[in-house]
Write a protein that binds this ligand. Sequence first.
Ligand code: ADP
Length: 398
Amino acid sequence: MTLTKDHINEALSAIAHPSGGDLVSRGCVLNIAVCDEHASVRICMTQGNPSESQPSRDQLAKMGALVDSMVRGAAKDQGIDALGLIVDFVDHQGEVIMKLKGDAKGVAREQSKDDPKTPTPQNSGATGVPGVKHIIAVGAGKGGVGKTTVAVNLAIGLARKGHAVGLLDGDIYGPSLPTMLGLHSMEQVVLDGALQPFMAHGVKSITMGKLVDAEKPLIWRGPMAHGAFHQLIERTQWGELDYLIIDLPPGTGDVPLTLAQSVQLTGAVVVCTPQRVAQDDAVRASAMFESLGVEVLGVVENMSYFIGDDGKEYDIFGRGGAQQMAQRLNHPFLGAIPINMALRENSDGGKPTHNFDPKTAGGEALPKALETLVDQLEAQVTLASMSKGASKPTLTVS
Ligand code: ADP
């Protein structure tokens, strides 16, 4: 038996709201995430009624205990006796006003600010980038799974659809954008103290790889890495962008965590290969985003399968593993990219647009896969923006 979002939703719909109705029907439940024996719930008690004053801390603590006990009951029904549960109460800006963490024994306690394991909620210190509509982080639980490849191809694919797109190489330890975008012969231009992004293949980009000696390894500790990343974001003259794609450093350590929470993200894309071990890393990456209050827009399965010269598809790493993981975590699955020699050659040769043309992409499979990915991402970004109230659908009756 598995605990799902629906089970939790049902449990929360049994909790009455002090102003009438229940938590679910009033739209107070903003997000539910479940992964095996861990769950998190995000609640805004005054959702849909901004003029209503926030409940007192005492009232919130009582409501939290109720939520804790109902969700735990739903978990027990599914055979889970020791659920790790986080309940976040947020205000209209998404700012966390109270965080309750239920330990395995089922006792909810408020996390103290001094607790080193308490992640700072993404929204608290995070800033947007002026003129940029959507900021999307691309992350992975470990290196080498194709995170940068996916970031580059998403950026190119969005630009091919007419969007204004920027790409920021946040992988400051091992920047590979200069190679993948073929920026080696270009010089970084600085005008009035502002970094001018490179314009290549229809995408604006910026990378630490063009600001430091590419031959020297970068040994930066956390605060320096954070500072460098901020310089790249804030000192770059991006102009108006529909999408800014950020290629995060791999893993779930301090550096990707700090970077992911320092900028106001629309959401995150998690890249994973199909193997079980890679999935475990990806589960950790998606848990990292969720703990920061960053929506996971979807999972991409890279190196999903291989098409041989005989035209047959070979499932080298166990195709579909990442898709199953996405389903288990209730994240959208954006699509799968095959192992493709042309993709590797086009990346190493700095010709990413070649991946979208069957003649230079080793056939139809890669362009099709990339286009599906881009369409799915666009759809998820629209959904995420709607649920955050940034753009509401309008109905015209004539
Ligand atoms: P990461 O950013 O996760 O470290 P990269 O995107 O740099 O990974 O990819 C690592 C290497 O694997 C690169 O040489 C890249 O061209 C290659 N690669 C990535 N995805 C594929 C694929 N689907 N088919 C063939 N080669 C790939």
